[in-house]
Design a protein around this ligand. Structure first.
Ligand SMILES: *Cc1c(COP(=O)(O)O)cnc(C)c1O
Ligand code: SF4
Length: 363
């Protein structure tokens, strides 16, 4: 018996050592004897099984039947998508839940509101290559995946022609050539959709190609996946992230403190263990996070998870999302009061994206 135990201990020690030298972040886990919990379902399965039916969404969150017609109407404009791991953080039976409001389609999405249009950022005219958006000096945005793990009702890309912007490998080579030719580009930003909706084989290939461009210094990944399906931060992802020479920044997208549960904190810890810088951007959303208390709680909770607030965007005026809008004056008042409550490093920068400007514009 003791011999057997020793053998088991030796095996465990060996496995832990292997993990350490492969820079797998298993060593950031608590050091119980149990092997690291593998998720019951891989992230791709969780994504495939996400709720895509407005009726099912209403049923699962315990909404009154009166919400269904609106949910179906909005769904016809921009389909419902909510993975189980996100659904778990929604309070059942509460139509005011700040997470539910981000994903539940409503009648008002069908309203036409002056100034709210389908391509508010004019991205259709800023695409030098398919899947490449080059607006700002020194950084280029690459659409690495057309898909998202969740469909956020306020999304400025709800009308974006994703299909036309899902490049093949040959198109990628063309995009990479564009980056290689311009040595003012220091940073490649993977965006989407959600870039982490692409599989790790593709991402690993792409990041290797990027790292091969001498003037590129940084890789930035704008993603909501580690928040929506925390199991996305798995060994395969950490493997290619650990290998790249590029300094890596992950910009998460979290709008409310309730989105950060223990699984999100664990996913963030794994990324941080590789030296990844974690930032967050939020969108200021009416009746979701437009109170000083909500914004304060969000910043505190972000820091708790090792993430620094980066941007607080005012809503892009996309048609179907006008009901989420907060006025500029209201936004400034919120930020001014927030500043009296938080240390400077927990203050997000309030910005707007104006087509044609050389950077985001501070409000
Ligand atoms: C927002 C954005 C960036 C990044 O801007 P930062 O201010 O560096 O965060 C880069 N490219 C495009 C097209 C963008 O929309
Ligand atoms: S994850 Fe981002 S890109 Fe995708 S729907 Fe939500 S806001 Fe839009």
């Amino acid at each position: 018996m003791p011999v057997l135990l020793n053998v088991q201990r030796a095996l465990l020690a060996f496995r832990n050592w292997c993990r350490m030298i492969t820079r797998s972040p298993a060593n950031v886990q608590t050091n119980t004897i149990a092997t690291r919990d593998e998720p019951a379902l891989g992230w791709q399965t969780q994504l495939a099984q996400a709720i895509r039916d407005p009726r099912e969404l209403c049923r699962r969150v315990g909404l009154e039947p009166s919400w269904l017609a609106g949910a179906e109407r909005g769904h016809a404009l921009f389909e419902v998508r909510v993975p189980e791991a996100y659904l778990q953080r929604i309070r059942p039976g509460d139509p005011q839940d700040p997470l539910l409001r981000q994903v539940l389609p409503r009648h008002v999405e069908d309203d036409t509101v002056a100034g709210f249009i389908t391509d508010p950022l004019d991205e259709a005219t800023q695409t030098p290559r398919q899947g490449v958006i080059h607006k700002y000096h020194g950084r280029v945005l690459l659409i690495a995946s057309p898909a998202c793990a969740i469909n956020c009702r306020y999304c400025f890309r709800r009308h974006f022609p994703y299909q036309e912007n899902s490049p093949s490998r040959a198109q990628w080579r063309d995009s990479l050539a564009y980056l290689r030719r311009d040595d003012s580009i220091r940073e490649a930003i993977l965006s989407g959709g959600d870039p982490l909706a692409a599989n790790d084989r593709q991402l690993s290939w792409l990041v290797e190609q990027l790292a091969d461009i001498p003037h590129l210094r940084r890789l930035r990944i704008h993603t909501r996946l580690p928040v929506v399906i925390p199991d996305r931060v798995d060994d395969a992802l950490l493997d290619w992230l650990a290998r790249t020479r590029l300094q890596t920044v992950v910009v998460l997208h979290i709008n409310h403190a309730n989105e950060i549960d223990d699984a999100v904190i664990t996913a963030c810890a794994r990324l941080k263990a590789l030296g990844v810088t974690l930032l967050n951007q939020s969108v200021l959303l009416h009746d979701i996070n437009d109170s000083v208390d909500d914004l304060e709680a969000l910043s505190e909770r972000l820091f708790n998870a090792g993430i620094l607030p980066y941007y607080l965007h005012v809503l892009d005026p996309v048609s179907g999302a006008a009901h989420f809008n907060v006025s500029d004056d209201g936004a400034r008042r919120l930020i001014d009061e927030l500043r009296t409550r938080l240390p400077g490093f927990l203050m997000p920068r309030l910005v707007r994206e104006i087509p044609g400007e050389a950077s985001k514009t501070a409000l």
